[in-house]
Design a protein around this ligand. Structure first.
Ligand code: NAG
Ligand code: NAG
Length: 162
């Protein structure tokens, strides 16, 4: 409950300002690296938008406030999903606008149940509201992390009156 309240906070500021892309290609692909988030750890960006589709980079459980990792386990996984949600909210989407999730984890048995718990916290208990998900066990993630989530969202540009 407390977590959901925290998540909704960024939504309150949305109506006033729309996030400006850092770059828009000639074909109309917009790239976003919002300054009030952690900096990408390499030659990649946090989000892109093409038409009505928003692509968010694989998110891990890094605190945007100080770029450190949340404690291993549930807090780390929760932070990864929260980072994805925060970025989506910055461009006017929310979790129910998610059309697809891909989750990478280094231990399916240990972390898949935690991932499920976090998703139930975030999306609620209605089994009809969960986005389609692919979850894959991998050998290694950056910084020997445990889980990374990649979300794709539907963000109709017409619906954003910026
Ligand atoms: C992206 O744009 C934001 C402002 O919207 C700016 O603060 C930030 O520094 C930019 N990022 C890069 C990598 O230029
Ligand atoms: C980083 O920020 C998080 C959340 O704001 C906090 O819980 C954590 O203690 C901070 N870590 C460090 C090393 O400052």
């Amino acid at each position: 409950m407390r977590f959901q309240a925290i998540l909704l906070l960024p939504l309150l500021g949305l109506s006033s300002a729309r996030l400006e892309p850092n770059y828009t290609s000639s074909s109309g692909v917009s790239i976003f690296n919002p300054s009030d988030f952690f900096d990408p750890t390499g030659p990649w960006s946090l989000m892109s938008q093409a038409g009505d589709t928003l692509y968010i980079a694989g998110m891990r459980g890094i605190y945007p406030s100080n770029s450190t990792l949340a404690p291993v386990g549930l807090p780390r996984i929760r932070q990864a999903f929260q980072n994805m949600a925060t970025l989506a909210e910055m461009v006017g989407a929310d979790l129910n606008a998610c059309v697809r999730l891909v989750v990478y984890t280094t231990d399916m048995y240990r972390y898949r149940p935690m991932c499920n718990d976090v998703q139930i916290e975030l999306w609620g208990a209605d089994a009809n509201k969960y986005p389609p998900r692919t979850i894959i066990e991998v050998d290694r993630l950056n910084q020997d992390d445990i889980l990374e989530v990649e979300g794709t969202f539907y963000v109709p540009r017409a619906g954003l009156c910026g």
